[in-house]
Ligand binder design. Structure first.
Ligand code: GLC
Length: 406
């Protein structure tokens, strides 16, 4: 190992260790001190993927604590909340002291499989399988009211892309200010609570209810990982493999539109009427991660990814740079996020675009080395924003070590 590699690994470790917590005997990692004190769902998955190179016991513990937060009773039994309040404090917003009432992108089976692949240790998979099945059963029971194999989000926070221009239309907002967009998201929580998070009631009311391409593609990949975990521990897993195939097919048929000239558009579907919403964003590239594209479709998408609209000096910008609402300095309005880059990088590798994947990692590594472990970055200048010790930014380690680049 070179000195550089050693120093970089140490730097990642310092960020993660600094944000680590123990509560009720469970260990987890805060996304960042002061700003994000709770345990967050998809953050913990990225932390686990980074920890698998550094401290496998902690990688398993990160997922173990997340699963311990699973909802135990009521209509949402089985859901993994997007925030677990280990010290309490959720009551005022969510009506629950210890957890939120919505979820986030399901990457837990994917993260568990990634740790297993690195360590060869299958023991925790026996323990995780039942809660992971219950989580996916929850999706099918509570988030697929029309049984079309696409699950719906009932709040933009569930996507992880909180303030993205993608949500302006389904939130009924037009060119909102930060304040307007924030207050709309907080207001929506009251609506969710009134409807007891029942998506049919919410859809009938015209509340935010969106079947998104990226979330559904991530779900496909997580179902595939769950099916693989099943085989490793001697279960059949057929149910999850079948659901993954069906969901993948529906994503392909309903969320990818191709016009007579062969132009391809990826859309999300909003409300009971399933109105297509097309707001260009990097979320479309997450379809690569889910394997939801034919090779020809993947090629079109990869060409688009490499256009200057997305392949900014520091790729990948989440809102294209030629979009009227592109704002490189504003939270989710046109920035680079390591969570999204990791998904796209894995998707590129899945479809055999190894050189582009490698280049993406090289550029992302330069970004982090030169600008620090920020929460998100300016895609033009590389300036970092948000906390400077953001845990999930260490997922660059997974990318860099896999690509022999650290
Ligand atoms: C912000 C991000 C969300 C993330 C959370 C914790 O709310 O939008 O995706 O999970 O911070 O890092």
């Amino acid at each position: 190992m070179s000195n550089h590699e050693h120093d970089f690994i140490q730097a990642c470790m310092t960020v993660l260790r600094g944000n680590q917590m123990t509560s009720n005997g469970f260990r987890y990692t805060r996304p960042a001190p002061h700003v994000y004190e709770q345990q967050w769902l998809w953050d913990s998955c990225f932390h686990a993927v980074a920890y698998r190179w550094l401290d496998p016991a902690m990688a398993w513990d990160e997922l173990r604590s997340l699963l311990a937060g699973q909802v135990k009773n009521g209509a949402d039994v089985g859901m993994i909340p997007h925030m677990v309040y280990w010290q309490g404090g959720g009551e005022a917003l969510w009506g629950h002291d210890k957890h939120s009432i919505i979820t986030q992108p399901p990457l837990i089976a994917i993260a568990a499989l990634a740790i297993y692949e690195k360590t060869g240790d299958s023991t925790p998979l026996y323990e995780f399988y039942a809660p992971l099945c219950a989580y996916h059963e929850w999706f099918m029971r509570r988030r697929d009211a029309d049984k079309d194999h696409l699950v719906s989000l009932i709040h933009p926070w569930e996507s992880g892309w909180d303030a993205s221009p993608r949500w302006d239309v389904p939130m009924g907002l037009q060119m909102p200010t930060d304040e307007q967009s924030k207050s709309a998201r907080h207001g929506l929580v009251a609506t969710l609570r009134d409807a007891d998070m029942d998506m049919q009631i919410l859809a009938d009311k015209g509340s935010f209810c969106v079947e998104t391409a990226d979330f559904n593609a991530i779900r496909v990949a997580d179902l595939e990982a769950l099916a693989q975990i099943a085989l490793i521990i001697g279960e059949s897993g057929r149910r999850w493999r079948d659901e993954a195939k069906l969901a993948c097919e529906v994503v392909r048929q309903r969320l990818i539109q191709t016009d007579n000239d062969g132009n391809m558009t990826i859309c999300d579907l909003s409300g009971s009427a399933e109105m297509p919403i097309i707001t260009p964003s990097a979320s479309q590239f997450v379809l690569l991660f889910g394997g939801c594209l034919s090779p020809e479709q993947a090629e079109k998408l990869v060409n688009r990814l490499q256009s200057s609209a997305f392949w900014t000096p520091y790729p990948v910008t989440t809102t294209p740079s030629d979009h009227p609402q592109f704002d490189p300095a504003h939270y989710w309005r046109g920035n680079v996020w390591l969570s999204v880059n990791w998904l796209i990088w894995r998707g590129l590798r899945r479809y055999g675009y190894h050189e582009i994947a490698h280049d993406l990692v090289a550029r992302t590594l330069t970004l982090v080395k030169n600008h620090g472990f920020h929460e998100y970055f300016n895609p033009m200048t590389g300036d970092g924003y948000g906390p400077s010790q953001q845990s999930w930014t260490t997922v660059i380690l997974d990318m860099a070590l896999t690509e022999n680049l650290a």
